[in-house]
Design a protein around this ligand. Structure first.
Ligand code: DSN
Length: 412
């Protein structure tokens, strides 16, 4: 950062403060991870200079000889890693990727069936505040109120009644594996397309530690920076017959030039994802999440769905007469970073946010295991119990920092 420090000391200082914050806090945001230093190097490389439009071999600007190879490599590696027939690595984000899938095969106003946001879905799955909800006619399926698991019988019933042209499976706060084969069967029964948004799960799927949606789906979208440990930006996988429509909907349909440095970093993480260290980290991420769920349940917390199959644990703090936003703020004061989240029961209580979502990807990437998950559960519990005791919270903050120091994110 020597050049930046000279050019803009204020920004350089803010970046350094953020680096220190990451080192000294426990990152339990389920949508984040610590990426390898090689990914950061790639993002900051000269590839950022190049303007590209189109696809390898068919560009609208000269000078693409090397970046064509970068994108070709990213596509080939993505195909190999996920067993996909076609890959588009240009989406700027997960939402851009989802939009492109909708617009590739649907007309404005067409019907789509997706998971309700309050039950774990995502804004880009047709929330009224999202452009997706303004362009298409969405209806939403729910989880069973007792088990809090996807109610597949309801999905089948709604599919029959609503006759959507597409079904979306995938979520941002659903801690259980989705039965993709069942979703595909439902979609086939009404001749609808199946899109799976595996943004949260891409790293776990790449490592083979949870089932892949790819064999069951027409389209799969994901982002690079969550469990996958790579750069920001999205990716679309699809069956071969949709390749041209997807590519043309991304460019020139809804994006202009795409970010070559992001594409190169996607290629890099697709390579690293085949290595043992990555696979071991993903397996440990799931083990750690299961352990954290058990450790919190053992301290009296109600875990939504009773546990987890993936990297995230959704805790019903409302059951302890706490509010998700207050818990988020309180935990941040001691250096435990997580986020408030609506949970299924919140729908009947307007404005209520009774959940807190914990993800184990980032703490696992920095080397923590089950012993540390016990410590984290204990730190969370003592923080909530000591909410009004400043000296207790100061002590916990010191313990969080000591734990973080044992597991540096980056060794400089
Ligand atoms: N989808 C949002 C989340 O899960 O937090 C951001 O990636």
């Amino acid at each position: 950062m020597a050049h930046l420090a000279m050019a803009d000391p204020e920004i350089a200082s803010l970046i350094d403060h953020e680096r220190i914050r990451l080192e000294e806090t426990l990152n339990l945001i389920a949508a984040e991870n610590h990426m390898p230093a090689a990914v950061l190097e790639t993002l900051g490389s000269v590839l950022n200079t190049k303007t590209i439009e189109g696809y390898p071999g068919k560009r609208f600007h000269a000078g693409c000889v090397h970046v064509d190879e970068v994108e070709t490599l990213a596509i080939a590696r993505g195909r190999g890693l996920f067993g996909a027939e076609h890959v588009n690595v240009q989406p700027h984000s997960g939402t851009s990727a989802n939009l492109a899938v909708y617009f590739a095969v649907l007309e404005v106003g067409d019907r789509i069936l997706s998971m309700k946001l309050a039950h774990g879905g995502h804004l880009s799955h047709g929330h009224p505040a999202s452009i997706t909800g303004r362009c298409f006619d969405f209806r939403h399926y729910s989880v069973d109120p007792e088990t809090e698991l996807i109610d597949y019988a309801q999905v089948q019933r709604l599919a029959g009644e609503f006759q959507p042209r597409m079904i979306v499976a995938g979520a941002s706060s659903y801690p259980r594996c989705i039965d993709y084969a069942r979703m595909a069967k439902i979609a086939r029964s009404i001749s609808a397309y199946l899109l799976v948004d595996m943004a949260h799960l891409a790293g776990l799927v790449a490592a083979g530690v949870i089932p892949s949606p790819v064999p069951h789906s027409d389209f799969v979208t994901f982002t690079g920076y969550k469990t996958l440990m790579g750069p920001r930006g999205g990716v679309i996988l699809c069956r071969a017959p949709f390749a041209r429509k997807i590519d043309r909907t991304i460019f020139p349909g809804c994006q202009g030039t795409s970010a070559v440095n992001l594409i190169a970093a996607k290629a890099l993480i697709f390579k690293l994802a085949g290595e043992k260290a990555f696979i071991d980290t993903q397996a440990q991420t799931v083990i750690n999440a299961t352990h954290l769920a058990v450790a919190l349940a053992g301290r009296g917390y109600r875990i939504v769905t009773g546990g987890t199959d993936n990297h995230l644990v959704l805790v019903d703090v409302g059951a302890r007469h706490l509010e998700g936003g207050e818990v988020e703020k309180l935990l941040e004061t001691v250096g435990i970073i997580a986020n408030r989240n609506v949970i299924p029961g919140d729908e009947s209580k307007p404005g209520a946010v009774s959940g807190v979502r914990f993800g184990t990807a980032a703490v696992t990437t920095r080397g923590m295991g089950t012993a540390e998950m016990d410590m984290i559960a204990d730190l969370i519990d003592r923080t909530l119990a000591g909410a009004h005791d400043a000296s207790c919270l100061a002590g916990i903050k010191g313990e969080v920092q000591a734990l973080c120091k044992r597991f540096p994110v980056y060794a400089y």
